[in-house]
Design a protein around this ligand. Structure first.
Ligand code: F0G
Length: 482
């Protein structure tokens, strides 16, 4: 990916790839969008993809694959045990992370299940820069508690801090002293911190966190699911790393860790996941769970084709031209929204563009899920499917009260190499329209609320007939246009 300057001054992202396979899209008119979002219980997870124009729900498992990945998939060595495909993936991981052992798993949360099951006991505390939904659920399931120690700046929606995903190292030190290292099974560092807007940590910060953990004899675990964006930001924003290659930065970071796990639905442009481990003894304590929960040790629930795609995708992740595509597109979108005065998380991170619902719809109280309401409104406005990352994505407290999220975000994920710049411009335009009409957006209330991970399949209703009014305004403003 490159940023080019046009003859007349405009700077745009320029794709360093060409499209060779396409999928036809459908953009239903606003009246149909109103029906679809109502039928989906105002939960964008419950929309049908055929009714969605731009699917910005996630970048998980939906990144475009390369010609080299597809051709490698045809050469997979199909075997339950001891396939050459597994050996190739294991060798690639050893090469880029420098860790001896690899345990395959079917996706990222499966790794979290295994790490929590093996290491977390009731009463334990797991410090991390910020939680991820599935991570937290697995730790609390085992009776553990998550402590989030991201720097203050990380929770500031508008900032120029280059590394908002950094750990607050002095708070980590204080926490370790308070609860005692024996109650901390591991410290988790999340690359490209998902829930605060895909924000990176610096190599320097990781060095400090890991040095502290080593002093106390606490294991360090890197969640590398969003590592590709974080690597790019380290190279771009950390002066010390400007002359290092992506491969060198990867090794320098990996050297600090005891364990690295990842969702290959994100890292490696494929599907699947796994856990890389430095020490044999640690590997042995996790190994037995793989055949129990995932599959035999040489596939862990993944198809051989996916494992081939991951091996090639990991190699491609070492190419700055490839991994810059997401961040540069996201930066373009964020800059254009900022120019229009629309509240969005800054600086631009990885993963996607994050609208700040607290400011976009300040008239909606957190008890009526402003980010969820904005997600439903965004679909109405343009057939664009985003994901709520706010109070709806939290779990209620044990006493049943709401746990209000620190941030109310509508995430518009940017799957890598999937959308064209004109589609991104379309999304920006419909967000702009929605912002001008934000007073029409109202709140949501649950009509069906699951006890666990409620954001996936809960159903909600508008607190007033605001959606009909928004759809009517759309028709008035856009006439026959979709
Ligand atoms: N860790 C991080 C940082 C993630 O972003 C995800 C998934 C996981 C772990 C779990 O991995 O989905 O393969 O089981 N994030 C997806 C998302 C779901 O849409 O952000 P998984």
């Amino acid at each position: 990916m490159a940023k080019v300057t046009f003859f007349r001054g405009e700077q745009i992202p320029l794709e360093m790839h060409k499209v060779r396979i396409v999928q036809k899209l459908n953009l239903p008119p606003v009246e149909e969008r109103l029906r679809h979002i109502t039928e989906a219980g105002n939960n964008t997870f419950l929309l049908q993809n055929r009714d969605v124009f731009m699917d910005m729900l996630t970048d998980s498992g939906v990144n475009a694959m390369s010609d080299n990945q597809l051709s490698a998939m045809m050469q997979a060595d199909d075997s339950y045990a001891g396939s050459e495909t597994f050996n190739r993936l294991e060798a690639k991981l050893r090469e880029i992370f420098g860790m001896e052992y690899f345990l395959p798993a079917h996706q990222g949360r499966a790794c979290e299940n295994i790490l929590a099951t093996a290491f977390v006991k009731s009463g334990d505390v797991v410090p991390m820069n910020f939680h991820f939904t599935t991570t937290k659920s697995h730790i609390t399931r085992m009776g553990g508690r998550v402590e989030e120690l991201v720097i203050q700046e990380g929770l500031n929606p508008v900032s120029s801090h280059p590394f908002k995903g950094n750990f607050d190292v002095s708070r980590l030190d204080a926490l370790i002293q308070e609860v005692g290292p024996e109650h901390i099974p591991f410290v988790r560092l999340e690359a490209g911190t998902n829930l605060i807007g895909g924000q990176p940590f610096s190599l320097q910060n990781a060095r400090e966190v890991c040095a502290l953990c080593r002093r106390y004899g606490i294991k360090t675990v890197l969640d590398a699911s969003l590592l590709q964006d974080n690597l790019y930001f380290i190279k771009q924003r950390e002066a010390e790393c400007r002359d290092m290659s992506i491969r060198e930065i990867t090794l320098a970071l990996a050297e600090l860790m005891d364990i690295i796990y990842f969702s290959a639905r994100k890292l490696g442009f494929a599907r699947g996941g796994g856990i890389c481990i430095r020490d044999e003894a640690v590997c042995l304590s996790l190994k037995e769970y793989i055949p129990l929960y995932e599959g035999f040790l040489t596939y862990g629930g993944m198809s051989v084709r996916e494992m081939e795609a991951i091996a090639v995708g990991l190699e491609e992740t070492m190419d700055e031209d490839i991994i810059s595509q997401g961040p540069i597109f996201i930066e373009y979108m964020v800059d254009e929204l900022v120019k229009r005065g629309i509240p969005v998380i800054t600086p631009a991170g990885g993963l996607g563009c994050h609208l700040n619902a607290m400011e976009f719809v300040p008239h909606i109280p957190q008890s009526e899920y402003p980010a969820g309401a904005l997600a439903a409104a965004m679909y109405l406005a343009g057939g664009v499917r985003g994901m709520e990352r706010g109070t709806l994505s939290e779990q209620r407290e044990p006493d049943g009260s709401e746990r209000f999220a620190e941030m109310e975000l509508l995430r518009l994920a940017m799957p890598r190499r999937v959308f064209t710049l004109s589609q991104v411009k379309y999304a920006i335009d419909r967000i702009d329209w929605l912002y001008q009409n934000r007073a029409l957006i109202g709140g949501l209330k649950f009509v069906e609320e699951p006890a666990v991970l409620r954001f996936f399949f809960g159903r909600l209703a508008p607190t007033s007939p605001w959606q009909e009014k928004l759809a009517a305004q759309f028709r008035a403003d856009f006439g026959d246009s979709l």
